[in-house]
Ligand binder design. Structure first.
Ligand code: SAH
Length: 445
């Protein structure tokens, strides 16, 4: 999401006469787009800020600005108390950047952290920054109305709002014309996408009968983009199990160009902990959803997010997480030790009572189980031919391409005469926990 937001910021500043540079020595302005999801992310930002500030010795004109969730959470603190930045701009205030930069020029404090109910940057064509010309991100919702007790996002990114499908279509059309091959639709909770002439989720009840009747859900949006752009592969992230509906899965099955991959965070396998996290579904409902996905899309890649050491988590709760993982056998997983976030419900009401050592031990256990499952799941591709979209050179060898299958597995194979952005049929011959290794059937080539 931050990646996509930075591209919006680049576009706003380009219109204001700024140019991008890769070299900090040439920069008049460094903007750091930040994440507050865990304490570690914030510590990383503080270290980066120190290093940019030390550049000011050599580059007297350099200004340093803080964007994103950390700006929203800490507001003036880094500017006034710690004097680490020249401007502070929250996720909904990027259009105000040209004004704020004027204020900085005049040695004024520049802060805008006002969260909006409507701002979606829908009218902006992002400047693609770290561009391979193949994959692009397109935001479809902003903010989040699910109040998971551990999560800082509703506080830093505000209320949930969806973007007008016309502006989403326009942005994808531009990408299509530029030859992009894959688009990931982005939102904190894409399955609750809802456009009824307006996009603020909390105001939907106030919409007219007609607006409600003509409203568009996520499955309608998926259908619109998949049918309008058959040459583009679509992915989306993130799905919240409580909001995912069968019509989304059916739409995925209906269109070959919607990838067979769902990232479906659960956070814990214990019903007691799920309730305490205010995740509004049970383990059983989640497993039912997974079964439905596999019934409709048998080969679907499925991944999870998991948190270990949430307040009061017992050994039994932890075992429930491991048994859920055994039951589902995910293809991939993103696993984290609980990090208390100030201001969240859990931060205010639950004691962070699991020791760092215990969190770490449980984390290592789920990571090693996930690695085992990833390897087992990867083995199912052995001997099969997969359609792979080439998105970069392999990190290990310049003679190999790296790309992804529809199920989101990374595949490396010899380059031959293929190019970035080609879709190639690759026979999988070997695999590790993270990668499929293959070759191209030359008779067919
Ligand atoms: N909107 C997405 C989550 C985005 S944050 C969703 O609801 O699924 C990405 C992941 O970071 C979360 O899924 C969660 O696993 C992790 N995370 C969020 N807050 C956290 C915290 N306080 N401590 C540790 N991990 C956290």
């Amino acid at each position: 999401m931050n990646f996509a937001d930075s591209e919006v910021v680049a576009s706003i500043l380009k219109k204001d006469g700024y140019q991008l540079t890769d070299n900090v020595n040439n920069a008049n302005l460094v903007l750091l787009n930040t994440c507050s999801i865990r304490d570690k992310a914030e510590q990383t930002v503080r270290n980066k800020l120190k290093s940019f500030n030390s550049q000011k010795k050599y580059n007297k004109n350099l200004k340093v600005g803080l964007l994103g969730c950390m700006a929203e959470r800490l507001k003036e603190k880094l500017l006034e108390e710690e004097k680490m930045v020249d401007l502070v701009v929250g996720p909904d205030s990027y259009k105000d950047l040209p004004n704020l930069l004027d204020e900085v020029e005049h040695n004024q404090k520049a802060v805008n952290v006002i969260l909006s109910k409507s701002e979606t940057y829908g009218d902006i064509s992002p400047v693609r920054i770290h561009n391979n010309g193949v994959n692009a991100f397109v935001s479809i919702t902003r903010g989040c109305d699910n109040m998971c007790t551990f999560c800082v996002v509703p506080f830093t990114r505000g209320r949930e709002r969806s973007r007008d499908p016309k502006s989403i279509h326009r942005e994808i059309n531009e990408l299509n014309n530029k030859g992009y091959k894959e688009v990931t639709l982005l939102g904190q909770n894409v399955d609750s996408y809802l456009w009824y002439g307006g996009g603020a989720k909390k105001d939907f009840e106030k919409a007219s009968k007609n607006q409600k009747k003509n409203s568009q859900k996520f499955s309608n949006l998926l259908e619109l983009v998949a049918s309008s752009f058959p040459e583009i592969r679509f992915r989306f992230s993130t799905s919240n199990p409580q909001d995912m509906t069968v019509d989304v899965i059916e739409t995925m099955a209906k269109y070959d160009n919607i990838c067979n991959y769902i990232h479906l965070p659960i956070q814990s396998g214990s019903n007691r902990i799920l309730k305490k996290m205010n995740r509004l579904h049970t383990r059983e409902e989640y497993i039912k959803l997974i079964k439905k996905i596999r019934e409709i899309i048998p080969n679907c890649g499925i991944s999870h997010d998991m948190i270990t050491g949430f307040p009061s988590e017992t050994e039994r709760d932890h075992q429930d997480t491991l048994s859920l993982m055994e039951e589902v056998k995910y293809d991939f997983g993103y696993m984290f030790a609980y990090s208390e976030r100030p201001g969240t419900y859990a931060g205010r009401h639950f004691k962070d009572d699991i020791s760092p050592e215990l969190k770490q031990r449980r984390l290592e256990e789920i990571i090693s189980l996930q690695q085992k499952h990833s390897y087992e799941r990867n083995k199912r591709f052995m001997g099969l031919e997969c359609s792979v979209l080439i998105d970069k050179s392999s990190k290990k060898s310049n003679n190999f391409w790296s790309g992804r299958t529809s199920e989101n597995n990374v595949v490396v194979f010899p380059k031959y005469n293929f190019s970035l952005g080609d879709i190639v049929n690759v026979e999988v011959q070997d695999c590790t926990t993270a990668t499929l290794i293959g070759d191209v059937n030359k008779i067919k080539v």
